[in-house]
Design a protein around this ligand. Structure first.
Ligand SMILES: Nc1nc2c(ncn2[C@@H]2O[C@H](COP(=O)(O)OP(=O)(O)OP(=O)(O)O)[C@@H](O)[C@H]2O)c(=O)[nH]1
Ligand SMILES: [Mg+2]
Length: 244
């Protein structure tokens, strides 16, 4: 039997993908628009996103900062894109940063998810795009729009590390000047690869030496007890340095 022509189906799917990508992009721009007129008040929430709170373990004392903080209208915005394969811990990172407890299991992000964190000098918008295969296609549309890329990997997921490497390098190629923080998450797991191993497996040694690229070990939501340093603080501090 002769194979059925796929042309119209492929065209339709391609069109649908392009429309979804554009919609995501427009929604994100509308939400994170840099102009004052697009800002939302601190009390408001959008798409179920609660106003950000500071993590309790941060050294920053919110009460002191509150008094010194300039009016909201004067705050500039910085944008951080958080990417990585599904299940690596992106949503957990955003939850922990905004002072919430991590969810028990993996609840995949179907689309995007964001938090806004105020600092003394600027507001930081962190945007996660889900890591499932069909959403990875859209990642590249966002990299040129942000100030820093956080690329997270599950250090224990040896099987899918080549995919993570491939996706990371596509993004690095897309914007050669974008500062990148690679987070080696889930270091609490026995089977986790070390930072040295990950540096090699992710091909980071070959990255242009002029580029600002960092590799940080982390256990955003450690499975066992007794791990005091979750790594989130280090990531946040590095982000603040890069964004300042
Ligand atoms: N052991 C361990 N588990 C973690 C850590 N960080 C996150 N997790 C778990 O990993 C699972 C997936 O985390 P998510 O934050 O939902 O992953 P995600 O990257 O947002 O996934 P998608 O939205 O599907 O792209 C959850 O069950 C988290 O509790 C960690 O440091 N250690
Ligand atoms: Mg998620």
């Amino acid at each position: 039997m002769a194979p059925r022509p796929l042309g119209p189906l492929v065209l339709a799917l391609g069109g649908a993908a392009a429309v979804l990508g554009s919609v995501l992009f427009i929604l994100w721009k509308a939400y994170f628009g840099r102009g004052r007129e697009r800002r939302w008040d601190r009390g408001e929430a959008w798409w179920g996103v609660e106003p950000a709170r500071l993590p309790p373990w941060d050294e920053w004392d919110p009460e002191v900062e509150e008094a010194e903080e300039p009016a909201l209208e004067e705050l500039e915005q910085r944008e951080v894109l958080v990417l990585g394969l599904d299940g690596c811990g992106k949503s957990t990172f955003l939850r922990v940063l905004s002072g919430k407890t991590p969810l028990e299991g993996h609840v995949p992000t179907w689309g995007f998810n964001s938090v806004r964190l105020p600092t003394r000098d600027f507001e930081v918008d962190l945007l996660e795009i889900g890591g499932s295969q069909n959403l990875r296609f859209y990642w590249k549309e966002f990299v040129n729009e942000v100030d820093v890329l956080v690329f997270m990997v599950d250090s224990a997921d040896r099987l899918r590390l080549p995919w993570a490497r491939q996706e990371l390098h596509k993004l690095l190629d897309k914007d050669p000047d974008l500062p990148v923080v690679v987070v080696a998450n889930k270091q609490d797991l026995n089977e986790a690869m070390s930072v040295v191993e990950l540096q090699q497996e992710l091909g980071l040694q070959a990255v242009d030496s002029q580029r600002e690229i960092f590799l940080l070990a982390a256990s955003i939501a450690p499975a066992g007890s007794g791990i005091e340093e979750p790594g989130t603080v280090h990531i946040w501090k590095l982000l603040l340095e890069l964004l300042s």
